[in-house]
Design a protein around this ligand. Structure first.
Ligand code: NAD
Ligand code: UFG
Length: 343
């Protein structure tokens, strides 16, 4: 198939493009590089050429999903069969300060993309949603039969809004087939060490922060709260390997063969605490992680993890890679690229 991947130069997108190309798909990436760099896609091509011995069938287009004229031209020039839509803004804290940017990019951008797709007769879509749509009051583990809940920031609300937009679209138009993939906490990197997560500025997320402490770019990790009602007092999350997550997109794509909108949790089904993450990373890297206990971070939930049964049953997908692999691959990426893609 020929797949359009929006945001394909980003963290999850680049890993997914590798899996798509290795599986023999043709890929067109559309990215405006607002949170990524073209070099990531060069490295994707290198990985694929090493793995397959053939040149990767990858076309890259620099541009914005909000640019309708560009999208129309893209769909005219490339016979796209389906779209995997990663492009969007994802920093929870920033979304509180800049709500309009988040709604314009994440919600407005998706609406423009869907309008262009519909006009071009492309009606198969895999969307990057998030566990955050379950909201603040959902019981754990999260299961897809739960309703979307009350979100606590514009980023989370933008994901819930897009899920609703896509649900309404599928209800109105029986040609459409959509998978809403609710990611839990993706971490790790490609085992080659060539691509990985490269946050700009101070990392918001736990794993890149730990990795930057290990390499000496940050002096210590702040653990946000050790007085939660969890076994060791620190928050628990469902961390999954980004390569497992990438493979989930291929499986979801394969299942887009009937008119429907379906949500799937992509997680391991296991919860791991911040303290356990620090210890596992120390073991994998052989480095001590300096940390201090800091106040709780506003908006953090004590613990959530996935019930991943639906993806196992309907998509034949399971997260297979262990916590040790997640840590080892993070460390390989960070230690061989101390400044990420920037030198
Ligand atoms: P990322 O920032 O690394 O990748 C997003 C990519 O989209 C970047 O390459 C960026 O340059 C591009 N982009 C942003 N706005 C664009 C626009 N208007 N037009 C074209 N390109 C644009 O983020 P990621 O971690 O790879 O996340 C991918 C998707 O998954 C996002 O939608 C994110 O909200 C969602 N998600 C991520 C996580 C996570 O923990 N990383 C969890 C749940 C959901
Ligand atoms: N944490 C720290 N110190 C840090 C960073 C994080 O202690 O420097 C803790 C947080 O308090 C939390 C855990 O590590 O308990 C994980 O935090 P992350 O920021 O890595 O991840 P979140 O679970 O807060 O959020 C992530 C994504 C969201 C997404 C959500 C659910 O960032 O976009 O998972 O999928 F919505």
């Amino acid at each position: 198939m020929r797949i359009l991947v929006t945001g394909g130069a980003g963290y999850i997108g680049s890993h997914t493009v590798v899996e798509l190309l290795v599986a023999g798909h043709n890929v067109v990436v559309l990215d405006n590089y607002c949170n990524s760099a073209p070099v990531a896609l060069q490295r994707v091509s290198d990985i694929v050429e090493q793995a397959t011995g053939a040149q990767a069938s990858l076309t890259t287009i620099e541009g914005d999903i909000r640019d309708r004229a560009l999208l129309d031209q893209l769909f005219e020039e490339h016979a796209i069969d389906a779209v995997i839509h990663f492009a969007g803004l994802k920093a929870v804290g920033e979304s509180v300060d800049k709500p309009l940017e988040y709604y314009e990019n994440n919600v407005g951008g998706t609406v423009t993309l869907c309008q262009a797709m519909d006009a071009a007769g492309v009606t198969r879509l895999v969307f990057s949603s998030s566990a955050t749509v379950y909201g603040e009051d959902a019981p754990v583990p999260y299961v897809e039969t739960l309703p979307r809940g009350r979100t606590s920031n514009p980023y989370g609300t933008s994901k819930a809004m897009v899920e609703q937009v896509l649900t309404d679209l599928c209800r109105a138009n029986s040609r459409w087939s959509v998978a809403l993939l609710r990611y839990f906490n993706p971490i790790g990197a490609h085992p080659s060490g060539l691509i990985g997560e490269d946050p700009q500025g101070i990392p918001n997320n736990l794993m890149p922060y730990i990795a930057q402490v290990a390499i000496g770019r940050r002096s210590e990790l702040s653990i946000f709260g050790d007085d939660y009602d969890t076994p060791d007092g620190t928050c628990q999350r469902d961390y999954l390997h980004v390569v497992d997550l990438a493979i989930g997109h291929l499986k979801a794509l394969r299942a887009l063969n009937e008119p429907s909108v379906k949500a799937y949790n992509l997680g391991t089904g296991r919860a791991c605490s911040v303290m356990e993450m620090v210890q596992a990373f120390e073991k994998a890297s052989g480095r001590k992680i300096a940390y201090r206990i800091a106040p709780r971070r506003a908006g953090d939930l004590p613990a959530f993890w996935a019930n991943p049964s639906k993806a196992a049953q309907e998509l034949n997908w399971q997260a297979k890679r262990s916590l040790e692999e997640m840590m080892a691959d993070t460390w390989r990426w960070q230690s061989t690229n101390p400044n990420g893609y920037h030198g």
